[in-house]
Design a protein around this ligand. Structure first.
Ligand SMILES: [Zn+2]
Length: 254
């Protein structure tokens, strides 16, 4: 049977039996796909050192007849993003981005925006752009693309606009802001957001993906964003995000 081809970013890989590998990747035309690479542990020519986490591949595949795994017949390496494997702070952010993509997307539901966003994160962090800022903006935009855009312009109860007269927190149940007049607990809430961070996030929601690198986000705002979006995402997913603990450690004082 003739193979089809697609680009794809490896989100997860595991061994299967003595010689095969199971690969989950994100493709701009197929979405999230899981396939089997027969003989991948042995094949020097078709797969060796190509099916690693984060790599961008040109994949030849045969789709399954009904459900089940794709058959991956060959892979060409388009970009290895090598520094993501050798620098810890880069690795943990790439791992978080891949896990979020894995958990927020469904199989066979392609969205080229998600592929573009993940490519942007991997390229930016690989080229040395600050991982915390890049990860925070990636997470914000991924939520928006998946239908969970945080509403960041006014209190969702009294409609008071965001300004420095009031404090705001993000409600994990619906991703909207509430002010401390409507919810006095907002002042001490683990979901409270500073005005500066809200302004950065508003801009981060408006820019095109290839313009996001222009946003000069201070580390404090990036950390605050990562903490809040992690709590919001855990609420949405109703399960833990495993790579989070390593990202969290990376910005904790030692
Ligand atoms: Zn209010």
């Amino acid at each position: 049977m003739e193979s089809n081809r697609t680009r794809g970013i490896v989100l997860r890989q595991s061994g299967h039996g003595e010689s095969d590998k199971i690969i989950t990747f994100y493709s701009p035309t197929l979405g999230k796909i899981t396939g089997i690479a027969k003989g991948a542990k042995r094949s020097k020519k078709r797969f060796v050192n190509k099916l690693e986490l984060f790599t961008l591949l040109d994949i030849s595949y045969i789709p399954p007849r009904a459900g089940g795994l794709f058959f991956l017949s060959q892979a060409e390496l388009l970009h290895p993003f090598l520094s993501l494997r050798t620098r810890h702070s880069r690795y943990v952010m790439a791992a978080l981005a891949c896990e979020l993509t894995l958990k927020f997307t469904s199989e066979h539901d392609p969205d080229p925006q998600i592929f573009a966003l993940l490519s942007w994160l991997l390229e930016s962090v690989d080229q040395g752009v600050k991982p915390l800022k890049t990860g925070a903006l990636f997470h914000l935009r991924l939520l928006g693309t998946c239908g969970y855009q945080p509403q960041l312009y006014q209190c969702s109860h009294c409609h008071h606009p965001v300004n420095d007269n009031r404090s705001f927190s993000l409600q994990p149940a619906n991703g909207s802001l509430v002010c401390h007049h409507c919810n006095p607990g907002a002042l001490r809430s683990p979901f409270s957001l500073s005005l500066q961070t809200i302004k950065f996030l508003q801009t981060g929601q408006q820019l095109k993906i290839d313009q996001l690198h222009r946003l000069q986000m201070p580390e404090k705002a990036a950390v605050e964003t990562l903490l809040i979006l992690h709590r919001y995402s855990r609420h949405l997913l109703q399960r833990d995000i495993q790579s989070w603990q390593f990202v969290h450690k990376s910005f904790q004082p030692t």
